[in-house]
Design a protein around this ligand. Sequence first.
Ligand code: GDP
Length: 461
Amino acid sequence: MAASQVAERVQELHLDDNGRGPGSESPERVRNLNIVFIGHVDAGKSTLCGHLLYLTGNLDERTLEKYEKEAKSKGRESWKFAWALDLTEQERSKGKTTDYGVASFRTATKHITIIDAPGHKAYVPAMISGTGQADVAILVISARKGEFEAGFERGGQTREHAMLAKTAGVRQLIVVINKMDEPTVQWSEERFREICDKLAPFLKQIGYRPQEVSWVPVSGFTGENLREPVHPSTCAWYKGGSLLQVLDALKLPPRPLDMPVRMTVVDRFRDMGVCILGRVEAGTIRSGDRLLLMPPRLVVHVTSITMDAEEVPLAEPGDNVKLLVKGVEEDDIHSGQVLCAENDPVEATTTFDGQVMLVEHKSILTAGYRCIAHIQAAAVEVVFERLLAEVDRRTNQIVKKHPKFVRPGSTFIARLSVAQPVCVTAFKEFAPLGRFMLRDEGTTIGAGVVVRIPTAKQRSE
Ligand code: GDP
């Protein structure tokens, strides 16, 4: 299928508003939803994650008791759920829990995978690859007096994380206003409204439409409003659903089932053979399929597909899977590669034109500047070869051609080059392979979308 047809197909699928692509989807199949927790440090992400796992039966009482005791002995009783999450992290590294993501659980209608653990040392880079694969971001905000303010002010991570999620293409945002049990809050409607009123204009500004954002007050610590709706004797004014009910009711994005296969590679390891971990972005993969690993264009035979420790006959867009493969060595596989349909692969390139939004930067940016680009699950060094045009962010019109420099806050188109070939497509043709984040010295400086892969002629112009 040609790129333009692919674009049309995506358009078409997006128009199909019932959340399903036309044709082959099996209706009885429980859909997988990837969620990522974002928000300022100490907002309560780990606690919330741990408590959700507990409430959905994925953390047993005995393990929790053990952690409770340990936490108590260290004078940190309230951390038991957060520690439970660390435990699943350790288990994950031993390969005991899910093969992908930190953990997963089921709601009435969905299979939910939590990808990436909050509290990682290098959380933001990990989050970038995580948010790139998330359908929903849960933005955790602490309602405690002073904490919301600290997290939302300049330097706090609330803004950065929310912006990253939007740029990474996360369509749905659930803003969880946490710590409602706090003595300074006591499930106060006034405090809840105050936070919503301050956050809503910011979320709108970064591109979230009001219908894409849900607002849920909770206590990750007591568990109120996580599974069961908060009791009216605790909170009489909130009439919405609990966090799990809100997750359950979310409309899932349509799945580009009939497109050529695209699976982004996240990791690889050996387990009865060479295994590739990744997320299917388009098409359907069946065991027995031949696919192309791009780059460097190696033929891969899929021997079996595992999802959540169970062997499955096929994988569809949105699924995080482990493929047992033949034809390649472990060393041939790297995060950031893309497994493609053999007859219609994504080409790999070392040069692309990107429209960049420069958010944070200490000074002006000129041609020759180098930083790290996170493209899907890969982190590669990128050079700004040429600044092609400055763009008005609101109208998307070019305001200046070939600027000598650009200032922080500006949006511009630049020719970017990377040392190792990467698989990207123009954003408007296939969005999941058309986004990137830019980081320098540990800070996210901007984000962008791929405008085009220049032809040889365009490159020489
Ligand atoms: P993270 O950095 O966002 O992962 O935050 P943690 O989950 O580690 O929590 C930070 C601190 O806030 C810990 O002391 C938690 O016990 C506390 N905390 C988290 N959630 C709640 C909550 O709902 N209520 C109260 N009172 N404290 C909470």
